[in-house]
Design a protein around this ligand. Structure first.
Ligand SMILES: [Fe+2]
Ligand SMILES: [Fe+2]
Length: 179
């Protein structure tokens, strides 16, 4: 291509802004902040599911350990997807555990490890529901101002609603479960 038809300033701006053009109608800093908050809930969710997988070992529902592991893997994938988008928007994903804990707590998410299997599943359900609410709110706020972020959030939201639904169904079907 012939870059001579572009001013030095235009080329510099293109390099600085990458994917962000004048058609981008959201505030990148606000979106980055919100994505970092959501990502912190995903990292927390990952840690919580891993912890539950470790602790479910000696309990009498062996399939749940694998379910917790599978959920943990997907939560980490969600965190990765959000990190990629944060980077594309010119931001930096939080990586300090202190920052991640603070960001997750700011939307009401803290890692929990109840003493029984049933309590663990309830904790996971509550965490997933907090995420469903947070993702739904951000999707609505973004509207059409950042279609790529919106589409990503909708994809993660669908996984999260599926998790919440599965956990609720499990609790309904095993209301007598005690480890
Ligand atoms: Fe997730
Ligand atoms: Fe989930």
């Amino acid at each position: 291509m012939n870059t001579a038809s572009y001013t030095t300033e235009a080329i510099q701006q293109a390099i600085t802004q990458g994917a962000i053009t004048e058609a981008y109608q959201a505030d990148p800093q606000q979106v980055i902040e919100a994505l970092n908050q959501l990502r912190a809930t995903e990292v927390t969710s990952y840690l919580q599911y891993k912890q539950h997988a470790y602790m479910a070992v000696s309990l009498f529902a062996p399939g749940l350990k694998n379910d917790f592991e599978a959920h943990a893997t997907l939560e980490l994938h969600h965190a990765d997807l959000l990190a990629q988008r944060i980077q594309q928007l010119g931001g930096v994903p939080f990586y300090s555990p202190v920052d991640i804990a603070a960001q997750a707590a700011s939307v009401g998410v803290r890692p929990e490890q109840g003493p029984t299997l049933r309590e663990m599943i309830i904790e996971n359900l509550l965490l997933e529901r907090q995420q469903v609410a947070a993702y739904t709110t951000l999707v609505r706020e973004l509207g059409e101002r950042d279609p790529t972020t919106r589409r990503l959030l909708v994809e993660i939201l669908a996984d999260t609603e599926r998790h919440a639904s599965e956990l609720a169904d499990y609790l309904k079907s095993t209301s007598e479960v005690r480890p």
